[in-house]
Design a protein around this ligand. Structure first.
Ligand code: CIR
Length: 265
């Protein structure tokens, strides 16, 4: 069973953090509707949805990806880089506990889950404004017992590593080469975003399909040309908050005992 943890859009969403975008008016009711449609897409693709209630005190709490890294063997609770987001992890801990043993990154390191791209047994960690260089070794010390390594990756021009690169099929990544040097990630097949669509590198892979913003039609055609199946979603209001499709969920396989707990809810 595939589980997707999401969190409803906060009523204070318009007060979100912004790093690279100018603040544009956000229609919060529309953001809530788009988010609901996004959740429906996850269910249509076979996920069992675990929706957490909105957090009025945390405008960015819909972006649950930043609060945890869920691996097969454990989940690591992060320490988000933006101070306004630190408290978001408090309700993620009980949500993940039924599914995985938990590790936790402690002060002073900071790390946003959006900076962590797992390819096989390697966790690539974006050295963004949110993630401290020391987070790489701190993360590695938690995951090394399970055979993972962590590798820091420099970034320019974007918020998180997964704004610049995501996995769209086995050993294949979608990348904006202006924001990250993909050769640092080893030998991978690459699809580059259309240069007119710099924000198009964030795709959420579920099975053989990617959930993908319908705003990026040119890059969508590039994905389809290489055989990636695209499930489009309209996330225009979430994008105004610098959120993409990976940011809004934590997707993972439930263990047998986790599956039992989830269905008992
Ligand atoms: C922030 O700046 O933290 C939010 N407005 C956007 C976070 C997006 N999360 C992600 O890319 N993983």
């Amino acid at each position: 069973m595939t589980v997707a943890i999401t969190r409803e859009v906060s009523p204070s969403f318009a007060a979100c953090q912004l790093t690279h975008l100018e603040r544009a008016p956000i229609d919060v009711a529309l953001a809530m509707l788009q988010h609901r449609r996004y959740e429906e897409s996850l269910v249509a693709l076979g996920c069992d949805l675990l929706r957490l209630p909105a957090e009025p005190a945390f405008p960015d709490a819909v972006f649950v990806e930043d609060t945890a890294i869920v691996l097969d063997e454990l989940a690591v609770i992060t320490r988000p880089g933006a101070e306004s987001r630190r408290g978001e992890t408090d309700t993620i801990v009980p949500a993940l506990r039924p599914f995985r043993p938990l590790g936790r990154l402690g002060a002073p390191v900071t790390l946003d889950g959006g900076d962590v791209l797992r390819i096989g047994r390697t966790l690539f960690v974006g050295l963004s404004s949110r993630t401290s260089p020391e987070a790489v070794s701190a993360l590695e010390s938690l995951v090394a017992p399970f055979g993972y390594r962590a590798v820091g990756v420099p970034l320019t021009g974007c918020l998180h590593l997964k704004s610049a690169i995501t996995e769209v099929a086995d050993n294949t990544v979608l990348v904006n080469p202006r924001w990250v040097d993909v050769t640092r990630l080893g030998r991978l097949e690459t699809v580059e975003v259309d240069p007119a669509e710099p924000y198009a590198a964030n795709a959420l892979k579920i099975g053989r399909t990617v959930v993908y913003p319908d705003a990026h039609q040119r890059t969508r055609r590039r994905l389809e040309r290489v055989g990636v199946e695209v499930h489009p979603v309209d996330v225009s209001e979430l994008a105004k908050a610098e959120g993409g499709v990976t940011c809004c969920s934590l997707v993972f396989e439930a263990t047998a005992s986790g599956a039992r707990v989830a269905s008992e809810r």
